[in-house]
Structures are given as C-alpha cells and as structure tokens.
Design a protein around this ligand. Sequence first.
Ligand code: ADP
Ligand code: MG
Length: 343
Amino acid sequence: MKAANREPASGEPTIVPDRAATVEASSRWISGSGRANGGAGVTAIWDRRLVLVTGKGGVGKTAVTAALARAAHAAGKRVMVAEVTPDVHTPSPVLSLFGHPRPKGEDPVDIAPRLRGVRLAPTSGHRILLRKALKVGLLVDTALKSAALTRFLSAAPTFPEIGILFQLVTLLRDAKDDHLIVDLPATGHAVSLVSLPKTVVRVIPSGLIGESLSEVLAKMSDPKHTRAVVVTLPEQLPVSETVELVAALGAQGLHVGAAVLNRVPSTPFLPTELSALRAWIDENNPPLLGAKELRKLERALQAKETFYAQVPNTASRSELPLFDGLDDRQVVERMAKVLGEVS
Ligand SMILES: Nc1ncnc2c1ncn2[C@@H]1O[C@H](COP(=O)(O)OP(=O)(O)O)[C@@H](O)[C@H]1O
Ligand SMILES: [Mg+2]
C-alpha cells in the first residue's frame, strides 16, 4: 500500500492502466506487480476523505464498500464504513459483513480499533437537525415521537435526503476518521442524492439547512476531498449504464475516481487463443460441452472491451475477479486482499 498516499506530481491522480498491460494481465487480474495499474487507481482514493460507492443493484457495491474499508483499515487508516438506509430498524447489509447485522440505534458501532460503522438514515439526520434547531434534546425526542411529524419528514419531497446529507455532513465535521466510505443507494437514487444539495441551496441558501447543504456540496464537488467509485459487471447493459452514470455524477460535480469491473470470470485462454477457438468452432460446429460457457466468457470479455473503451479514463479502471464458491464475508476478505496488494 505504499503508493496509496502518493499524489502524482501532475496533481489529479488519473491512474489509468496501460491498455496493453491490462490485456496482458487480464488472466492475472489485478496483479501485485503493479503493471495492470487498475487497482492502484482504486487505492488512490485513500487520499480522499469521503469515498462514495455506487452502481446498479446487485453488482457488488456493498461488497466493494466493505472491501475498501477493510483494505484501508489494514493499511493503518482510521475508517468509518457507512451505508445509506431507509431506516435503522432493518438489518444492515454492510455492517453484517463486519459481524454487526443489527446494530442498535443510530450511533456508530465500534467494529475494531480504528474501524467503525454507521448507517445514514433519514430519521437519524432529522434528529440531528432538529436537535441543532431546537437545542433542547427532550423536545426533539418528543417531536420525533409524533407520528404526524415523522410521516411528514419522510414523505415530504427531499426531506429524507436532507436527513441523510445532514448526517453525512455531521460525520464529516468529526475529524476522527481518515476515511468515510459510504455504500450509496443504487444508481438513480444516488444521482438524486448527489444532485440535491445544489437544488436546495439554490432555494434556501442560508439557515441551518442551507448552510449545511452548502458545506456538503462544497465537499462533494471537491475532487481532493471526495471520490466516487462506480461498480459494474462485465455485461453490456451494466457497462453502458455505468458510462451514463459516470457522466451523470460528473454533471452534478461529483468526480468518479474509479470504475470497478466486478465478477470478471477467469479465462484459461489468451485473447488470440480464444479467437482461434471461436473461428474453429464456427467452422466445424462441433458438439462441444462447454459451448455455452464459452459464449458467456466471450460476452464478458466483449463487455470488458467496452468498459475500457467507453468509461472515460478520467476514472481509473480496475477489475475484480469472480470469486466462486465463497460466502459474502469471504468474498470481502478476498477483494480487500486484491485491493490492498496493489500499490
Ligand atoms: N467478485 C465477486 N465474486 C463472487 N461473488 C461476489 C463478488 N462480488 C459480489 N459478490 C456477491 O454477490 C452478491 C451481491 O453483492 P452485493 O455487494 O450485495 O451487491 P450490491 O450491494 O451491489 O447489491 C453477494 O452475495 C456478494 O458476496
Ligand atoms: Mg448492497
């Protein structure tokens, strides 16, 4: 992890894997050799205080969030791993990966020395906000016990998001952690969450809400402070959606520092061998047992080509392999190891 804190001389780290090296290293994934530099791009986010992980549902967002937190923690950083959740009464996917499936209440939980976890929920943010506004804890608790008020706060447009962002800014003000790594909601919701501060600040520029959202806006749009990591799969549609997501987040002023192609299947073939095999199959049409698997592999490799061709190289692009036959926590351990090994 030596390179993790190194800022390239040019200022902005745009660590783009060399195309040829990527192809060459594709059967070795992100190797520790540093040649397929992709993972170094992901670890370059260690320079950023706020890391927002997003992508389409099911792509491995939560696993990558947990793995980034693990890798940063293993590198000696003080880490807060967080997830956006509709409420704190449901089990926590991220924290269950750290042995806390049902954290009680809304305060951060201690996972290990230097490693904490928290959920960002509208109600938690509203409580902090009201506490600041009313200054009397008892009043806040009474107010939040009012079903009518909580219903209003969670139903009024933008209020749930304001709650989440308010909690986020409160955590960012607390200088205890080197990194706040957040599992954001899936694509569409993430874009609206990120775009909200700008809209609200335009309408209410001052006061408690306006000022807090201005602060969040300034931090999120500062590439020295914040990085988004977009996770995707080696399939055409998710890759195309990722290209759109990177653009949509960029348009909201959130810089995507890394795009991660997750669950890349391993291939025993070099690209040249694969195309020779394809040509031979097409010509001879033999009854092959693995024909379907081969098609799948080819499709994944095509999607991978599209990933490198279309995801802008202002984001570092990396791959994580498909870890077969492992449970969720083992997947995270393996991912963290891959991310941590590359320096
Ligand atoms: N590279 C991988 N190899 C194998 N399994 C993976 C990999 N990435 C994620 N998974 C598994 O896929 C499932 C969905 O991942 P998850 O992180 O919950 O997705 P998301 O948060 O995007 O919905 C989980 O069971 C997770 O362990
Ligand atoms: Mg998830």
